[in-house]
Design a protein around this ligand. Structure first.
Ligand code: SAM
Length: 468
């Protein structure tokens, strides 16, 4: 049985209205509706070509999640093509009518029973929420692993459990639905949240930037909206860089950077973040490139350069595929090298030579990342004298690391005033005027009148070499 084109006036597939349900429990069984459509009864073997016929093309409707061809109950030998029109003569166009007549096809009506599974979250919510809340009804959500998190406006709070249940029902991967409460843990920045529907299981596995992150969403900071910012900074890094991530969380900068080849010191004062960060380092098999710490950011900044100096990261070595290795060896042989060097010694960036390899370990930090926008600027004074020791000073002279410091500003009128405000606060904390160009990146608007930025600048020698 196939369907004739949907006709807005005659085929109403909207769910039945149950506004009383919004503040109670969701009664899925109450969502039942029978629609009656016009059907053409044709021999079973002809019903499929019939459906595809040019003449009926403009008239066949496709009602999602329902079969177009069903058995004609009055004649088991026949299939039925359903039409949305109740009156064949009034609604079917001329070619369709001629076609049906020509094939001597009898028409009939067909009942289609729709139930809760037929409608999507938007449609169910629009049937239960009060009419005045339909515009902007919260069927959308952000997902982290199996958790859907909503940020419900106050007017939707009386209906939060029904909203949660509908979202749970209608989204396959979702097992838990929470509402983020407006309060955020002031120290470790994780969101307080309440369960709306599903399992009270908050340990998620989230995939991002080719890494897997596991963490307890109720105990650590995670914001999926920062994905682009994580990627942006990681793309700035070269594979042989050494990164010090002062407020690392569970590793969304640190792990993708290590996957790229960077050596990383990753720090977070929240014991839960540190725990999951350490697990994620193992889970992503980057133990050789990421070292984790659980310190106050200020102490970490002071200790980081000395740590890497004393205990350097091994030199960056690009992964060499088997085919690259073969190519390199072939190139050497064809150049007349009778006894090609072992593949580990071949410099594949120039397959025509085999230089003697001098390993140089990585002893200097090239980038500091400071994503604690509420107060990261306050930590900048920790850089004073951080490279004052003679051997560090000598090593870093002319090769100062970049600092990427996230912050909020309330100067949102225009970019110039935002930059002026941020630069002034940064300089105040450093105790030094930034003479090299700093760059400013608008990460996102977090609230009306409040923007998040990242300022990137080269750490001034005058600050890092001064007496601590
Ligand atoms: C905004 S989150 C950023 C986490 C991660 N870098 C990201 O992009 O998702 C800031 C992190 O700083 C940590 N933190 C807060 N105060 C800290 C401090 N004084 N020292 C070190 N880490 C701190 C928090 O636990 C939190 O994980």
């Amino acid at each position: 049985m196939s369907s004739f084109k949907r006709h807005q006036n005659t085929l109403d597939t909207r769910p039945p209205i149950h506004r009383e349900m919004a503040q109670q429990t969701l009664d899925r069984g109450a969502f039942k509706k029978r629609i009656t459509v016009l059907a053409a009864s044709v021999p079973a073997e002809k019903s499929s070509p019939f459906l595809k016929s040019q003449e009926l093309k403009g008239s066949i409707i496709n009602i999602p999640k329902t079969k177009s061809i069903v058995q004609d109950p009055s004649d088991p030998q026949k299939g039925c093509c359903c039409s949305g029109f109740r009156s064949l003569k009034a609604d079917l166009n001329e070619p369709a009518q001629r076609f049906l007549k020509f094939h001597d096809v009898a028409t009939t009506t067909q009942d289609i029973d729709l139930d809760y599974d037929f409608w999507n979250a938007d449609e169910i919510l629009s049937a239960v929420l009060p009419g005045e809340l339909l515009d902007g009804a919260p069927s959308g959500f952000a997902a982290t692993g199996h958790i859907a998190h909503l940020n419900l406006n106050d007017e939707y709070l009386p209906y939060k459990h029904v909203i949660g249940q509908v979202i749970l029902d209608k989204n396959k991967g979702v097992k838990t639905v929470v509402n983020k409460l407006n309060s955020i843990d002031t120290k470790f920045r994780f969101f307080k949240m309440e369960l709306l529907a599903g399992e009270p299981n908050y340990v998620v596995e989230h995939h991002e930037s080719n890494c897997v992150f596991a963490f307890d969403f109720t105990k650590v900071y995670w914001n999926s909206r920062l994905h682009t910012e994580h990627d942006r900074l990681v793309q700035l890094f070269s594979a042989d860089d050494v990164i010090a991530d002062v407020f690392a969380g569970v590793g969304p900068f640190a792990l993708p950077a290590a996957k790229k080849g960077c050596g990383v010191l990753a720090n977070d004062l929240n014991p839960e973040s540190y725990k999951w960060l350490s697990r994620n380092i193992e889970g992503n098999k980057v133990q050789h490139l990421v070292r984790s710490f659980e310190e106050d950011g200020r102490d970490f900044i002071k200790a980081a350069a000395r740590r890497v100096w004393k205990n350097p990261f091994p030199e960056f070595t690009p992964k060499i595929s088997k085919s690259q290795t073969k190519k390199g060896r072939r190139a050497l042989v064809s150049e007349g090298t009778r006894d090609p060097a072992p593949s580990s010694m071949i410099d594949l960036t120039s397959a025509t030579s085999a230089p003697v390899h001098q390993p140089t370990s990585r002893r200097q930090i090239t980038h500091f990342v400071m994503n604690l926008p509420d107060s990261a600027i306050e930590f900048l004074d920790a850089f004073r004298g951080v490279l004052a020791e003679p051997e560090l000073r000598e090593a870093y002279e002319g090769k100062m690391p970049m600092v990427h410091c996230h912050c909020f500003t309330r100067e949102v009128e225009d970019q110039t005033s935002a930059e002026g405000d941020i630069k002034q606060r940064v300089e105040e904390k450093l105790g030094h005027v930034l003479t090299d160009a700093a760059t400013f990146h608008l990460v996102r608007s977090v609230a009306p009148g409040k923007d998040m930025y990242c300022i990137s600048f080269r750490l001034p020698q005058e600050v890092a070499f001064s007496s601590p």
